[in-house]
Write a protein that binds this ligand. Sequence first.
Ligand SMILES: [Zn+2]
Length: 496
Amino acid sequence: MKFYLTTPLYYVNDTPHIGHAYTEVAADVLARTERLLGKDVFFLTGTDEHGQKVATAAKALNLKPKELADRMSKRFQKLWERLNISYDRFIRTTEAEHEEMVKKVFHKLYQKGDLYQGTYKGYYCVHCESYILPSHLQENLCPDCGRKVGSLKEPTYFFRLSKYQKDLLSHIDAHLEFIGPPQRRNEVISFIRRGLIDLSFTRRSCEWGIPIEEDFTIYVWFDALLNYLSGVGYLSNSKLFGKYWPPDVQFIGKDIIRFHDIMWPAILFSLSLPLPKKIFAHGWWKIAGEKISKSKGEAISPQDIISEFGVDPFRYFLLREIPFGADGEYSYAAFVKRYNSDLANDLGNLLHRTLTLIDNSFDGKIPKSSGSSGERLKEKSLSLAGILPQIEALKYSEVLSKIWEVVAVANKYLDEKSPWRLSQREAGPALYNVLETLRIVALSLKPFLPASSSKIAEGLGIGEEFKKENFKKIQWGVLPEGRKIKRERPIFPRKK
Ligand SMILES: [Zn+2]
């Protein structure tokens, strides 16, 4: 079975910040999960490199737009590498293959009669590069970014978005899963009901874009959205395209829902292509109540956080701190608190003290399991077999808290049993139960904290077997007795 998932393309006039990392990590967890289940996954991500904002930003730095795009695209790629993002393709909208496809699609829509020439006259937000209806203005400001809007009059090619209003509504109506979370679905429905107007798909005023005719470049959003098609070989590699289309999940931020939940499916209707199965919008990370963004001057560098805490703690914090879909507040204090309590104390310490006990009393070998009384621990650990549907429903925070409930029960069990006070015969099975719980916890953490879960498995002496395992078969009593464990320094050293 195939599984195709995408992130939005990140715009190269911005530096990579927590918000970008969030989307990327969230998509990576799902990609890893589906691969563990044996699916043939295609995970697409990349950078959006055209548009007036890029041209303007480049000019300010005395660079050509392409030079700025090269530089910024590399920064995103470097961060994804560091964050252990398992994408299959990183696409750039300045790639010739993509540009060619965009032109072909433009002509297809024109031939179908879904593009026509006209004159645009009205409000325009330079920041969002979008036209805005007077009725959509919010207190005279852009409804998407809250900035002042300008006015514009120029000849253009319009896309007949209005033609697809009914089709869109009935598709959304018939497919509950199509737009998530439900709150966003309701927003989109009410937006469509207010009436869709045709959209301008070309620009005269912007020279940094895909040229379509003399004086015209293609509207950057139309160009960017089409990456989801060119990324899997639409009109160039029919084998690849036939295999992966349509997307199973598309991750987006809630600020770009109208482009993805309205414009994008309408384009697909026009091309007579099947629609994505699910488009899910996550919330925003805020600092002191404000959305994190370069333009608001509050960018916190993910690279700095990773340097201080490590990759997996950063992945953990992003997914655990807030339910996926809601907004959340980032602060250094909140990060340290969660790191120390969940990672250093609860999980890291459980592993470390158990391995230390085994090193000291059992010659570093996994003790015998027989005669143990760990029914509650066993039952709790085996309950993690149920996390899969929750991961697929993108309930990441809930899944992680469920895993940590198991960690808490194991800590309590270890305290109550106090194997250091028991005879070897009694201590052995108790320690075995804790090790077995740690193995199942590590298995459940595979897609979330890939490096740390392998480290735990290596500590348990099962590094090799563990690579092939997945949570489809969560069983109790798998650890081989007598296997040599490997005690290392704590995997999450406590921070002051
Ligand atoms: Zn705007």
